[in-house]
Design a binder for this molecule. Structure first.
Ligand code: MG
Length: 389
């Protein structure tokens, strides 16, 4: 049966790689919808090539935008939710970056689709709501974060796969590349430039996630994401720095066995795994030269130079609204850093300040999450102005 695929965030890094994979699949998958925030030109090209049934430009279509015949153009955040409803997809690739991806992830979960979840913020802000909606509608989450895809692949052999925590697991070990500033001290980091921070040693990604990799914020969000996805407590999730990015994560079992998933760093693997699930899709690349992978090394992360990691581990333990506060402050701080309005080291300061300034709450509902997200953004923006003066 042909799978109907909706790609949310199709002009971003994961979205484009998803279409790249889909272009090679032929009759098994069909692109039924595409969305972008504001990259109209690129979305138009994608639509004329893949002929979806509808598209959404969240920030509105410019004059003359032409996605092809019989292809309605939706807009606004509501347009994303309408796109999910209108296209009735079997698989939704949730590849929007940031908290902005949450409402459409939830809509896809309510629709009972398989969620190819690249939007980690959905789990960080509202993991309990997304999981609950999936359970009720009979959908399923297949992570498209390389680490979580690795964990899911390692856990596929564990009893209790599916609902609830897998059995026999001692801990999940997330690998981190360490980013471009691995080995730098806190004082070295004070004068980091945007250009330096955007130069990631092993992965090609969008700007926001590249900065998050440099601060280890990305790994912090991934710890929270792992707790949510696999129903394990934060105490059972560890981080190890592995600069080669060949082992994408590991599961240690109670008998002392460790399973790891290895592959050259390429997002198209987790994308293929989600698009094909539960089947594997042929990569077309031929056998991997294992001798060319070289040495694999491991070291402990430096939580002092990169305070975001320890903050995130605390957030993972606390749960509730803490993930929303943590993420919103970071999104604002990263935007400020990228536009030259804040120092690299201001990012963890802004995040720590937000966690102290807002009260946590267990099991928040969606309006509370969205309202808190909004208020934290304002608070963080104000703090940034204070820091700058
Ligand atoms: Mg990742």
């Amino acid at each position: 049966m042909m799978k109907r695929v909706l790609v949310l965030g199709s002009t971003g890094s994961v979205g484009r790689q998803t279409l790249d994979v889909l272009a090679g699949l032929g009759e098994t998958h069909r692109v039924v919808g595409l969305s972008a925030a504001s990259s109209a030109e690129r979305l138009g090209e994608q639509a004329r090539r893949f002929r979806p049934e509808a598209v959404c430009l969240v920030n509105g279509a410019p004059p003359g935008f032409e996605p092809g015949p019989d292809c309605p153009v939706l807009s606004g955040a509501d347009g994303l939710v309408e796109l999910v409803e209108r296209t009735a997809p079997d698989i939704v690739m949730c590849a929007i970056t940031g908290a902005a991806g949450l409402p459409s992830t939830l809509a896809a979960a309510h629709a009972g689709a398989v969620l190819g979840l690249a939007n980690k913020e959905s789990m960080v802000l509202a993991g309990h709501l997304v999981k609950d909606a999936c359970r009720r509608a009979g959908g399923r989450i297949v992570p498209v974060d390389s680490e979580h895809s690795a964990l899911a692949q390692c856990l596929a052999s564990a009893p209790g796969d599916g609902a609830g925590a897998p059995r026999g697991v001692r801990r999940l070990v997330l690998t981190a590349s360490g980013g471009p500033f691995r080995g730098w001290s806190r004082s070295d980091l004070a004068d980091v430039t945007v250009e330096q921070a955007l130069r990631h040693p092993s992965w090609e990604m969008g700007p926001r996630i590249t900065i998050d990799s440099a601060t280890l914020m990305n790994k912090a969000l991934e710890v929270i994401e792992a707790c949510q996805l696999f129903d394990v407590p934060a105490q059972q999730v560890d981080v190890v720095v592995h600069p080669q990015s060949v082992i994408h994560s590991m599961v240690e079992f109670i008998d002392g066995a460790i399973l790891a998933q290895l592959s050259p760093p390429d997002m198209r693997l987790p994308i293929r795994y989600a698009l094909g699930y539960p089947e594997r899709i042929e990569s077309g690349d031929g056998p991997i030269d294992i001798t060319a992978l070289g040495d694999l090394t491991f070291e402990a992360p430096d939580r002092e130079a990169f305070p975001c990691l320890a903050l995130g581990e605390r957030v993972a333990r606390d749960g509730g609204l803490a993930g929303t506060i943590f993420n919103a402050a970071n999104e604002i701080a990263v935007e400020a850093f990228l536009s030259g309005r804040a120092a690299f080291t201001a990012i963890p300061e802004i995040v720590a300040d937000a966690l102290e300034s807002f009260e946590n709450q267990a099991d928040p509902d969606l309006p509370t999450i969205l309202d808190t997200d909004h208020r934290v953004r304002h608070h963080a923006a104000d703090r940034l102005v204070q820091l700058a003066t």
